[in-house]
Design a binder for this molecule. Structure first.
Ligand SMILES: [Zn+2]
Length: 116
């Protein structure tokens, strides 16, 4: 027998044609979703929590140092000013905030950093 490799099928995975049986089959399996190849170059796995400066969003230009409640949100328990990284305040407002907090401290609205 001469071995002739005529039927040289290319390596192509033909999707099996899911022919639904016409003869009333109740158990019809849904066709599986095609496997998508993951496109590289997507976004990173971890989203940074979108932190927008509170003062920018609320359009607060000058930070009122008398607003203790507002300031307290940016002051840690001990009276420390919370760093920008944690609060998400922009540089400009962080500066103003710092000044406001210091002013508030001076008039005893906020505690100084307690040493204990
Ligand atoms: Zn800002």
């Amino acid at each position: 027998m001469p071995e002739e490799t005529q039927t040289k099928s290319p390596a192509s995975t033909d999707a099996p044609a899911a022919a639904p049986a016409a003869s009333g089959s109740t158990s019809s399996t849904p066709a599986p979703a095609p496997v998508r190849t993951r496109s590289s170059g997507g976004r990173g796995k971890f989203f940074r929590r979108k932190k927008v400066c509170k003062f920018c969003t609320e359009k607060i230009d000058a930070i009122p140092y008398r607003d203790v409640r507002l300031l307290q949100g940016f002051v840690a328990e001990r009276g420390k000013i919370v760093p920008r990284r944690l609060t998400g305040v922009c540089t400009t407002h962080q500066r103003r905030l710092t000044r406001a907090i210091k002013q508030a401290r001076n008039i005893a609205l906020l505690p100084f950093a307690t040493r204990h």
